[in-house]
Design a protein around this ligand. Structure first.
Ligand SMILES: Cc1cc2nc3c(=O)[nH]c(=O)nc-3n(C[C@H](O)[C@H](O)[C@H](O)COP(=O)(O)O)c2cc1C
Length: 506
């Protein structure tokens, strides 16, 4: 069911499924169909990396080639969210609406009391958004048109990097719920994107890291000694994909939230062999069970850090059913040294989160997580500085108040006249406003991503905060430099003068 467009600020059509989004992209010239044979083993990765680096279109491989030399049974789609513009489009927005949507999300988190009728009417979009959060349960679903044999090897799964352990499902949206919940209680569901190593025709490994929603649910089933039902949606609609990739608080259900993103309610259908509701419009659903203590060594696989992960044990999922559309598409991506598709998604999420961060730390003007630093390990914050010591307070607020910064090992704070997204500007601030002894704060034994092998102990590491702001009050006893600038009039005069004499550059 589609609800009124003005419910939220989305300006693009509703994308009910992946193919609706692909059709829209194709009409915009943002989908490239490739009929040449491309090998699923490594070759496809090279094409994806090259397309992403060139800011290129989404890709549809019509002749994906399996390792045994046969042509895959279905087309493979990749580089779907390879540009910030396509991530925004997946959210139903244009790139310049991201800030506004971020502000809208921030207001949903902290609704202010209504102040009169005019104010109540201005909140109408939020009431409508609330309506969109109720999923709709359907009896017949496109994703159940075909019940396939229990054979994962028929799905064209990539082996992305040369030293990878085997085929790896990458855009898998894992659907779970905690022990003690009912299948109908979708508000308690978690959707997360966790890579899945294919072990054989009916077994795969689910690599949910310990702090993820899926892992938290798995612990509740393991404590009860019961097998856990799991479903994996492949090729879900863009709102479900992006909702699952967003680090939402545990109290917010991705299914509920994706309705707001989509601008239409989520459609769910009962899975065939497990007590779960699954996205009705996905391309493929894998159903199965995770039994307590059933784990297997996962990896190595290339990861978003640009390195191969070490081998680690993760839960095994035993597949009980595979359903798909009559003519399914398989959606894939790769993770590697940034830029990769998740880092492009991260850039847009960064902007979406900014108003939420500002609501908690009002002096923050801008915040950038450089994608090259694995999207979260370095943060640059621009602040409106008013009092001595403020930069350190902001560092501690980011690390302490906001869980998403626990793995950010370096925070650089700059003044708001510095472009926090421009390394040249940041370097100038570091070179002219920072003293390495006075302006660096280091702390030890803080939580850290276990993937960071540079930390001396697994999961525990130091943090560094660098204050590259102008020093004021008791922070300095010396006269501070005055920033040089020409007047806008002189600059305009120079531009006009040179424009008359110099050839126009193409
Ligand atoms: C393509 C892609 C692959 C990902 N792979 C993993 C993974 O293997 N393990 C993991 O824990 N998180 C992975 N993530 C990150 C999580 O999906 C993301 O942090 C999500 O917000 C987790 O949801 P949750 O907080 O509900 O668990 C991946 C994200 C993307 C976009």
């Amino acid at each position: 069911m589609t609800l009124p467009q003005e419910a939220i600020i989305r300006s693009l059509p509703v994308f009910d499924d992946l193919r609706a989004f692909l059709g829209w992209l194709e009409a915009k010239g943002e989908l490239l169909r490739l009929s040449e044979p491309v090998k699923l083993c490594h070759e496809m990765t090279a094409v994806q990396v090259a397309a992403l680096r060139a800011g290129g279109p989404a890709l549809r491989f019509d002749a994906a080639m399996q390792t045994d030399g046969t042509r895959a049974a279905m087309p493979v789609v990749a580089n779907l969210f390879g540009t910030p513009g396509r991530v925004a489009a997946g959210l139903g927005l244009t790139r310049d609406q991201i800030d506004e949507f971020g502000a809208f999300l921030a207001s949903l988190r902290s609704p202010a009391p209504v102040d009169g009728m005019r104010d109540a009417l201005s909140r109408w979009p939020m009431l409508k958004a609330a309506l969109l959060t109720r999923p709709q349960i359907v009896r017949r679903a496109a994703v159940q048109q075909v019940t396939a044999p229990l054979d994962l090897t028929r799905i064209p799964v990539q082996t992305p990097w040369p030293e990878d352990a085997g085929p790896l499902i990458t855009w898998s949206v894992a659907v779970t719920r905690p022990y003690g919940s009912e299948a109908a209680q979708v508000a308690r569901y978690n959707l997360g994107v966790y890579r899945a190593q294919v072990l054989g025709p009916d077994r795969l490994i689910l690599r949910w890291l310990a702090h993820r929603g899926g892992a938290a649910h798995a612990r509740t089933w393991a404590r009860a000694g019961e097998p856990m039902p799991v479903a994996i949606a492949l090729g879900a609609d863009p709102a479900t994909l992006l909702g699952a990739a967003l680090p939402l608080p545990e109290t917010v259900s991705e299914i509920v939230f994706s309705g707001v993103l989509r601008g239409a309610r989520s459609e769910l259908v009962a899975a065939k062999t497990v007590p779960l509701l699954v996205p009705a419009n996905a391309e493929i659903i894998l159903e199965g069970w995770v039994h307590p203590d059933d784990t297997a060594p996962e990896g190595p696989f290339g990861d978003h850090t640009g390195y191969y992960n070490s081998v680690d044990r993760f839960p095994v999922m035993r597949i009980s059913a595979i359903t798909h559309r009559r003519d399914p598409l398989y959606l894939t991506t790769i993770t590697g040294r940034p830029p990769d598709e998740p880092s492009v998604i991260g850039e847009v999420f960064n902007d979406l989160a900014l108003p939420v961060i500002r609501a908690q730390i009002p002096e923050v003007r801008d915040l950038w997580l450089p994608p090259a630093a694995c999207s979260y390990r370095i943060a640059v914050v621009a602040i409106d500085k008013r009092y001595p010591g403020q930069a350190r307070r902001v560092m501690m607020a980011l690390w302490g108040m906001l869980a998403q910064f626990s793995y950010t090992k370096m925070v650089i704070v700059v003044d708001s006249d510095i472009d926090a997204r421009n390394w040249d500007d940041i370097a100038w601030a570091l070179a002219t406003r920072m003293d390495p002894v006075r302006d660096v704060m280091m702390i030890d034994s803080t939580p850290m991503d276990y993937l960071d092998f540079a930390s001396p102990r697994e999961g525990l590491a130091g943090k560094i905060g660098i204050d590259a702001t102008t020093k004021i009050g008791a922070e300095t006893t010396r006269e501070w430099g005055k920033v040089m600038a020409l007047t806008p009039q002189d600059e305009a005069f120079a531009a006009a003068l040179l424009a008359r004499h110099l050839p126009v550059r193409p």
